[in-house]
Design a binder for this molecule. Structure first.
Ligand code: HEC
Ligand code: HEC
Ligand code: HEC
Ligand code: HEC
Ligand code: HEC
Ligand code: HEC
Ligand code: HEC
Ligand code: HEC
Ligand code: HEC
Length: 471
């Protein structure tokens, strides 16, 4: 008897039993027992190798064995209202080895009444709605993990109706969970959904170190992102924070060859140098300078949508300037500023970290005119669901005087500044005096060419009378 037939039998039986309620108990007991016995016999016949490995302390309780008498049959499934199927099979041998065996099926399936099941009275709309509801019982025993997950981007996405975001069972199979399994690289649940990033990570110096030695403390996904409180922009404003917890000596060691290493750590993401093959870009992050958090976008009010749509090349300097002007009107003066960061273009590229011998040490990769690193620009902020929202921008936002003058504290990277950096570079190498001299020089430079400065009241940017007004 195939499991398919079991399901159909019970579905038919359920309808029948509603009509012949007096016969209900007798029929049910008979059918259940005979089917359960048949299913156990089938399971034993199909799994001769698995059964002997079930040690005495892996044997499910008698009550659970009753459930497994039916649910241990491979291929058992149920048709749902939406046409989807819910697989009903629970592998008895894996369940026997799992952390939850001592708890018993009933500890989670509190809604299944063994004296009246099957059939199931529950109407199940979809496999997804079933899974979401079935995760509620986890809370009773794993309250802390539940709370952490509840505050994650994944939970926010589940609440928003994203069908792909994980509940507990998106990452843990409650029937087969084994102690510590989720901490192993090969079994990390993240790979099921973030495959491209997982593949990139596998080639990284961290994965190699971890796979080479069981003693390595090199990070897996959850060491950098956490497993339950996964936050979208988990690494905050500074790209360095996630790394320096383990690489506490990195700033000191980079200072030996990299002038102004502290500034580089702030404005260049580690992966921009430690993934030498990556494509780089400049990300201009809108920052709320008072709350010291990234700027956010409200639901249904995209800041740039219209402008990016009207201009295929993305946001230009004037549009950015207009936006900042609007955001910084009145009481909000000077609140929204822009921080530039040189980083890699894609998620996978952020994870392909190489050993130090391959890292980028050639200053001219970035400090030369026409550097590839400045050919791609995005403007980013935090979207309504907490994830990063990035808009494409024209490269002119880096070099245009109107950008330099957009807001207090806006530092343009690129354009003229790159030429200046060539000079700074020589100074830095000669005497380590780059910073003070550089900034004095810049001040002079911008005044010399009549560029507007927010503090001195000129309005003589190359865009003429349209220039910004002092806030
Ligand atoms: C006699 C065979 C049999 C036994 C014993 C049995 N089940 Fe079921 N189970 C089924 C069938 C058939 C369905 C599909 C029911 C339906 O569609 O009405 C089902 C459905 C389920 C479902 C899916 C959700 C739902 O409500 O449809 C869960 C969970 C479940 N059973 C758990 C258990 C547990 C726990 C036990 C032991 C206490 C158990 N079952 C014992 C046959 C069995
Ligand atoms: C630790 C809690 C827990 C225990 C113990 C547990 N289950 Fe489940 N079970 C769940 C959750 C949660 C789901 C929903 C999984 C999903 O779809 O994401 C589920 C789903 C099911 C389903 C529906 C089909 C499926 O696999 O999604 C069946 C049938 C089932 N369980 C039977 C059993 C039986 C039989 C036992 C005991 C041998 C058992 N369960 C033990 C939590 C548990
Ligand atoms: C009745 C209590 C109970 C419920 C309900 C329960 N668990 Fe557990 N869970 C436990 C116990 C006990 C352990 C073993 C803890 C240990 O050995 O340290 C455990 C262990 C785990 C582990 C293994 C962790 C590790 O060591 O790697 C995971 C994963 C897990 N549970 C997930 C879930 C999920 C998901 C649910 C809900 C579907 C759930 N649990 C429901 C009691 C429960
Ligand atoms: C996005 C994937 C993901 C989701 C969702 C998730 N977990 Fe985990 N969980 C992990 C990983 C990975 C580990 C391994 C330990 C670690 O890295 O913290 C883990 C570990 C655990 C542990 C063992 C922790 C320990 O310290 O021994 C328990 C228990 C657990 N999870 C329960 C849950 C429960 C309950 C939920 C739902 C509220 C849940 N998990 C949701 C990925 C996830
Ligand atoms: C069941 C599928 C699933 C699993 C498993 C899963 N995720 Fe996710 N995750 C998603 C979806 C869907 C999104 C939102 C869409 C996107 O950004 O890809 C998301 C988003 C994220 C984000 C935010 C991305 C952004 O745009 O800012 C991070 C970080 C993340 N996940 C990390 C993890 C980590 C770490 C794990 C393992 C512990 C994990 N995820 C496991 C489905 C999953
Ligand atoms: C060494 C620390 C580290 C490890 C290990 C790590 N990540 Fe990341 N992850 C990062 C950094 C850094 C970013 C870029 C964040 C940023 O720029 O704001 C990131 C970004 C992400 C994003 C968002 C990507 C996007 O397109 O915006 C996801 C999803 C993600 N990681 C998932 C994973 C998964 C899955 C794993 C395991 C295979 C993993 N990460 C391992 C540090 C790490
Ligand atoms: C959980 C601790 C941990 C975190 C977090 C971490 N690393 Fe590592 N990292 C290690 C370990 C351990 C090694 C391997 C050392 C070895 O095997 O020589 C390593 C190796 C490296 C190396 C190669 C060093 C060499 O000598 O070749 C680089 C580069 C590196 N990590 C960069 C980063 C970056 C960038 C981040 C943040 C995105 C980061 N790490 C986050 C622990 C960590
Ligand atoms: C400007 C490019 C650049 C940036 C930015 C950069 N690195 Fe490096 N890093 C290098 C180079 C080149 C080496 C090799 C130096 C050597 O061989 O002495 C190196 C060496 C290392 C090492 C091995 C030596 C040590 O300190 O233990 C680690 C770890 C490391 N970097 C981590 C980081 C982290 C974490 C960040 C981000 C906070 C970062 N790096 C940012 C270029 C960079
Ligand atoms: C991955 C790209 C990259 C590499 C490689 C790189 N830099 Fe930089 N550097 C930057 C960026 C971006 C800035 C910040 C420019 C700004 O703020 O306008 C910067 C700033 C500087 C500054 C400070 C300028 C100031 O305003 O204070 C000096 C000096 C400097 N770099 C020298 C070097 C030297 C010397 C090397 C090689 C040993 C090097 N850089 C390698 C990207 C890089």
């Amino acid at each position: 008897m195939t499991p398919r037939i079991i399901v159909e039998t019970y579905a038919a039986m359920g309808a029948m039993m509603d009509r012949y309620s007096t016969l209900r108990k007798i029929t049910r007991a008979f059918l259940c027992n005979s089917l359960a016995i048949a299913a156990v016999a089938a399971a034993l016949a199909l799994l001769p190798a698995a059964t002997p490995t079930l040690a005495a302390d892996e044997a499910p309780s008698a009550a659970d064995q009753n459930c497994l008498g039916c649910h241990g049959s491979a291929g058992m499934e149920k048709k749902l209202a939406d046409g989807d199927v819910l697989p009903l099979h629970v592998a008895a041998d894996l369940y026997g080895k799992s952390v939850h065996r001592p708890n018993g099926c009933a500890s989670c399936h509190t809604d299944v009444d063994p004296t009246a099941h099957p059939p199931s009275k529950k109407e199940i709309k979809s496999a997804r709605s079933y899974a979401i509801a079935a995760n509620e019982p986890c809370k009773a025993c794993h309250a802390e993990k539940f709370k952490q997950w509840d505050s994650s981007i994944h939970a926010a996405l589940v609440r928003n109706g994203n069908p792909a975001a994980p509940t507990c069972t998106g990452c843990h199979n409650p029937h087969t969970a084994i102690k510590g399994a989720a901490t192993k690289i090969e079994q990390t649940p993240c790979q099921n959904c973030h495959k491209d990033i997982f593949t990139a990570y596998l080639g990284s110096v961290h994965a190699k170190s971890r796979l080479n030695s069981a003693a390595s403390f090199a990070p897996t996904c959850s060491d950098c992102h956490s497993a339950h409180e996964v936050k979208p922009i988990s690494l905050g404003e500074s790209p360095a924070a996630a790394c320096l917890g383990c690489h506490a000596g990195a700033l000191e060691s980079h200072k030996k060859w990299l002038p102004n290493a502290g500034l580089h750590f702030e404005v260049v993401s580690c992966s921009a140098c430690h993934n030498p093959d990556a494509q780089r870009k400049v990300d201009l992050m809108l920052i709320d300078s008072q709350a010291k958090v990234r700027g956010t976008e409200q639901i249904g009010v995209p800041l740039f949508d219209a402008s990016t749509r009207s201009d295929g090349n993305g946001i230009d300097a004037q549009t950015l300037w207009n936006l900042l002007q609007a955001l910084n009107r009145g009481d909000a003066a000077g609140k929204t500023i822009v921080h530039g960061r040189l980083t890699v273009r894609t998620g996978p590229q952020a994870h392909q970290l190489t050993a130090k011998s391959a890292a980028l040490s050639d200053c001219r990769t970035c400090h030369r005119q026409g550097s590839e690193a400045f050919e791609s620009v995005t403007i980013s902020l935090v979207g309504p669901d907490g994830r990063r929202v990035g808009y494409g921008a024209n490269t002119d936002v880096l070099s245009s005087a109107i950008s330099i003058n957009s807001v207090h504290g806006f530092y343009a990277i690129g354009g003229t500044r790159i030429i200046l950096l060539d000079i700074l570079l020589i100074l830095a190498i000669l005497g380590g005096l780059a910073v003070p001299i550089g900034h004095l020089f810049l001040g002079w430079f911008f005044k010399r060419f009549g560029y507007y400065h927010p503090h001195n009241g000129h309005s003589a940017g190359p865009q003429g009378g349209d220039g910004p007004k002092a806030a």
